[in-house]
Design a protein around this ligand. Structure first.
Ligand code: NAD
Length: 305
């Protein structure tokens, strides 16, 4: 089996390339990535082939999709703050880029598994967030991921394209970069704690997130590809573990075996207050999926740093 992973040199993408090539059914993995946030050396030792190019390039996509039995579409301009800085750039890659990927898949009738985001729920306050709730994005990023997800579902409905759109929650783990303005909370905290610096919490720290270890996410993605799982509804990819950001600092302190200092800054625009996935649909479609517990995931993340 040949699999094309868009955004394959990124954090989740490179972890997925490794996971796919460990499966006996998979012969070849090609990563299409423009290296805007991904890194070529993330793929070192995975056996995946990197094609440096953009999902906005229809000719490159057509060539690569023609050789693929399945596509996992992860390429995106991620992060809420990045989308606040340049909403149109986020739309171009996340929404227009997705329809380009879908067009290429439609021509070849190739199964596509795509990444949406919990940010599509936005200001919806009821918990846990189940897929039947309305979507009210709070950021251009959330809006662009909702557009992407809507296109995936529409291509399934309109053209019978075998497809699946996952809503990822807060994914963390090895290869997730720290030390830049748009870094995610787990690597930012691990990096600061390991340098003995204070952990900067935006707002009061009682905001909650559903943290998912990247190995759990890549296991589910690989299972979706190998079993050709499709769904005409979006599927949350998280297991309903709701944790405050302050509690995360305590758990990290426990894993490191050292106290950590917490400092508070202003809350960030566009951030949702609470996040927790309903996982019934995920568990129904992926009965073999098990979540790596947070402490274990944090240990593996710390070991990578
Ligand atoms: P990432 O930035 O590490 O990966 C995105 C990859 O896409 C990068 O390698 C980047 O270089 C590549 N890319 C960007 N624009 C491209 C283009 N035009 N053509 C080709 N490649 C391009 O981020 P990630 O955390 O691995 O995210 C992967 C996917 O998961 C994204 O779709 C993101 O929106 C989604 N997601 C991630 C999280 C999370 O917690 N990490 C949460 C929700 C959704």
């Amino acid at each position: 089996m040949n699999v094309l992973v868009t955004g394959g040199a990124g954090f989740i993408g490179a972890n997925l390339c490794r996971e796919l090539l460990e499966r006996p059914e998979v012969d070849r993995v090609v990563a299409l990535d423009d290296l805007s946030t991904g890194r070529a050396d993330n793929l070192d030792g995975t056996g995946a082939e990197l094609v440096e190019g953009s999902i906005l390039d229809a000719a490159v996509l057509a060539r690569l999709v023609a050789d693929a039995d399945a596509v996992v579409h992860l390429a995106a301009r991620p992060s809420v703050p990045r989308s606040l800085a340049d909403p149109v750039a986020s739309h171009d890659v996340n929404a227009t880029g997705t329809i380009r990927v879908l067009e290429a898949c439609r021509r070849e009738t190739v199964h596509v598994v795509a990444a949406s985001s919990s940010s599509v729920y936005g200001s919806v306050t009821s918990l846990p967030k189940h897929e039947g709730l309305p979507t009210r994005p709070l950021s251009p990023y959330g809006a662009s991921k909702l557009a992407a997800e809507a296109y995936v579902l529409a291509y399934g409905a309109s053209f019978g394209l075998p497809s699946l759109a996952f809503r990822f929650f807060n994914v963390y783990g090895p290869l997730q970069p720290a030390g830049h303005a748009y870094a995610a909370v787990v690597p930012t905290f691990v990096d600061a704690a390991m340098r003995g610096e204070p952990l900067l919490v935006h707002g009061d720290g009682h905001q909650t997130r559903d943290f998912t270890f990247v190995g759990t996410v890549t296991w589910v993605l690989a299972d979706a590809v190998l079993r050709r799982v499709t769904s005409d509804e979006p599927v949350n990819l998280a297991f309903g573990t709701r944790m405050s950001v302050l509690e995360l600092t305590r758990r990290l302190s426990g894993v490191l075996g050292t106290p950590v200092e917490v400092r508070h800054g202003p809350p960030r625009a566009g951030d949702v207050r609470d996040s927790q996935a309903a996982d019934e649909r995920l568990r129904r479609l992926f009965p073999g999926a098990t979540a790596v517990p947070l402490e274990e995931g944090l240990r593996r993340t710390v070991a990578w740093f």
